[in-house]
Design a protein around this ligand. Structure first.
Ligand SMILES: *Cc1c(COP(=O)(O)O)cnc(C)c1O
Length: 667
């Protein structure tokens, strides 16, 4: 106990303005109403035993949907997101209504799948009691706030939030200094704890922030916006902050780090920093042992490359020399390629699905023998709806302690012939659907109408508007089989013109369906985030995923859906390739084979839209045989597929994924 108390003092002593701001929320036993003990134990563990440092540019932690800290102080308005407009083919409804949700804003330091995966990974690391510390960046203005301009597409707005009063986020007194050609860049550290599902274990996320008075104005802005990329200076500094900053931050906290896990080339400057600190070690093999690297990018163009003369403007020559040691682009001598830097300087690296492993081997033939693949997952307890969780608890004799062991979801097969379970499963699904119907109430969605969603980051290869390629065909399908409800959501990166054009395109398709909402209702929701992610993935009947193969490294939102028994309508790419024989929905469209990657811009829209409509006909036919205006046929194949989907979620989760990392990549 005395040891714990002294750790507590040491710990509180590092928090800025503790007495004024945090004394009420951090007491001798509680941390923002969670138990304090795991936090103190984490601090001891991090200084005493070897740990893994996990580095990512973004984290989607979604406290609004899982493990929300509570503060004695009222939640500031900026941290409480409220209203979202909807564009639908019912204009009159749109004009009069918005979706207003009274909830805590999720810490806005992520843009999409990569960040959500990082968040889910560290949550599972906590569940598995792994010795790990995560490092990221405190984005003071988040990613961006999306406004739709009717028929004009997306208008990015600055997002406001208040880190200083965000429950559970604490500013430390620590400062670290990064030397640059523009002078010393000072970085302040923040901490946020990730608790295990049972609250018995915690691990810290350290966030790096340059928005402090000691810095000149241009430096203060560097940690404003995630993936701000209007010029090369931003990109270089952001990578410097994450990579070099992470190493120095962990050292200033005196954490014992045996291994750095780099996500994307974004974090590659960590290697450079260590190389210089170790004074250009001769035993490169031993040096490399400290690093592992996960590549999430399927396309060559997605890898970060910087001209050496650009780097020279901002970064001191010793860093550039060290970067050249590992990171020269094999095709262009005057470029540093952060992917090559990572491949050359890490002992082990991996792709994020088996198919992505193949793609990596094609892209990097020199490294092909060394490419591992660890298929992504999702953190079940974040993404399962309340109704799905209670269904699993209700059948505890079959699912056992599924909260401790995700693999137990595979036992759902034992219930395949259990009529009561089949009825309960569909009833749980209908409850999930009603949650969505409630949130979108003014638009009058119907729980007995077939509902499909496409929601994720909007970008070219994901083909967001594929479903609308031929609006007439959707209307024909609705005439023939029954009504259709379609939900859309997603942000396009503000500099991604193609993505932005897709949003305009979708808005105009919705427009074209304006007088048809008695047959086909379409809603596009503003500001897709983890809150809407959970709502949509758990509630719709079918999750649509139509990237152009082989350009989806993994994809994860479909995994959130299957865990809730939501079926997949998908092209054969990413994680789906591994589930194609499991009968969790329908696969359609172009299949990638052979040794050529193909062209990301050749989208095959005509062929694949045709395949999509043909498959959708089968989906609709089965749906309306299963749910005939509220009369449920529990013997339907639809329920078999739902059961298969849940079983698959026993594999596609971050608990299994982190155990694989531990066994295959970290060892
Ligand atoms: C899960 C999730 C994603 C990932 O989408 P995929 O394209 O399926 O990988 C993106 N954005 C949000 C908000 C998510 O929750």
């Amino acid at each position: 106990m005395t040891q714990l108390t002294s750790t507590f003092e040491q710990f509180t002593g590092t928090i800025e303005a503790f007495d004024n701001e945090y004394a009420q929320d951090i007491t001798a036993s509680s941390f923002f109403e969670f138990p304090l003990k795991p936090v103190l134990e984490a601090e001891q563990r991090l200084t005493q035993m070897p740990n893994t440092a996990y580095l990512s540019m973004e984290y989607g932690l979604s406290p609004s949907i899982y493990h929300q800290f509570a503060s004695k102080k009222p939640l500031s308005n900026d941290n409480q997101f409220s209203c979202h407009e909807v564009f639908s083919n019912q204009w009159d409804v749109d004009h009069k209504n918005e979706i207003c949700v009274n909830r805590m804003l999720d810490i806005p330091i992520y843009s999409g799948g990569l960040g959500v995966l990082a968040g889910d990974s560290v949550k599972s690391a906590a569940d598995l009691n792994l010795p790990l510390v995560a490092v990221g960046v405190l984005w003071n203005k988040g990613y961006f706030k999306q406004k739709f301009w009717y028929k004009r597409g997306q208008l990015p707005e600055e997002l406001k939030w208040d880190p200083a009063s965000y429950p559970g986020l604490i500013p430390l007194k620590h400062r670290i200094v990064l030397g640059t050609k523009e002078g010393d860049l000072i970085v302040r550290l923040w901490k946020y704890y990730i608790y295990s599902e049972d609250f018995n274990y915690a691990l810290p996320l350290i966030l790096l922030d340059t928005d402090i008075e000691e810095n000149k104005e241009e430096f203060r802005r560097l940690t404003d916006q995630l993936y701000r990329s209007d010029d090369v200076r931003w990109k270089i500094f952001q990578r410097l902050i994450l990579g070099v900053g992470a190493v120095k931050a962990l050292q200033s906290l005196q954490y014992n780090i045996e291994r750095y896990h780099l996500n994307e080339g974004h974090a590659a400057f960590a290697i450079v920093e260590k190389y210089l600190q170790e004074e250009c070690p001769e035993d490169i093999d031993a040096f490399k042992q400290q690093f592992v690297y996960t590549c999430h990018t399927p396309v060559i163009a997605g890898h970060d490359r910087f001209a050496i003369h650009d780097l020279q403007q901002f970064i001191t020559q010793d860093y550039i020399d060290a970067a050249c040691r590992f990171g020269r682009d094999p095709e262009a001598e005057d470029l540093i390629n952060l992917t090559y830097l990572s491949l050359n300087a890490t002992k082990r690296f991996n792709a994020v699905a088996q198919k992505h492993g193949e793609v990596m081997r094609l892209q990097f033939p020199d490294f092909s023998a060394k490419v591992n693949a660890v298929t992504n997952g999702i953190h079940l307890y974040t993404w399962l709806s309340e109704h799905t969780e209670s269904l699993f608890d209700q059948y505890q004799n079959v699912f056992g302690n599924w909260r401790k062991d995700s693999e137990l979801l595979k036992n759902v097969h034992q219930l395949k012939n259990n009529a009561q379970f089949r009825a309960d499963l569909f009833a749980a699904h209908q409850k999930n659907k009603r949650e969505l119907i409630n949130v979108t109430k003014p638009w009058g969605l119907d729980e007995n109408v077939f509902t499909i969603a496409w929601a994720r980051r909007i970008t070219g290869y994901k083909r967001p508007a594929l479903l609308f390629h031929d609006v007439e065909r959707i209307l024909e399908l609705a005439d023939k089989y029954g009504k259709i409800q379609i939900l859309f959501a997603g942000k396009a990166h503000p500099n991604d013109d193609i993505g932005g054009a897709h949003i305009e395109e979708i808005l105009s398709y919705i427009d074209a369906l304006n007088h048809k909402h008695d047959k086909v209702k379409v809603l596009i929701l503003e500001n897709y985030d983890t809150y809407f992610g959970k709502l949509l993935t758990s509630a719709v009947d079918v999750w649509l995923n139509n990237p152009l193969p082989p350009f989806e490294a993994s994809g994860t939102s479909g995994m959130k859906a299957i865990a809730n028994g939501v079926l997949q309508l998908t092209t054969l790419d990413g994680w789906v390739v591994e589930a194609q024989d499991d009968d969790i929905g329908w696969v359609f469209g172009y299949e990638h084979t052979g040794t050529e990657l193909g062209d990301e811009r050749q989208l095959r829209l005509d062929e694949d839209a045709d395949a999509l409509y043909k498959t959708l006909a089968k989906v609709l036919e089965l749906y309306y045989k299963t749910n005939d205006n509220g009369v449920i046929n529990i013997d339907s194949l639809w329920l078999d597929k739902m059961i298969n989907a849940i079983s698959c979620a026993g594999f596609f989760n971050t608990q299994r994924m982190m155990m694989e990392y531990k066994k295959k990549i970290w060892k």
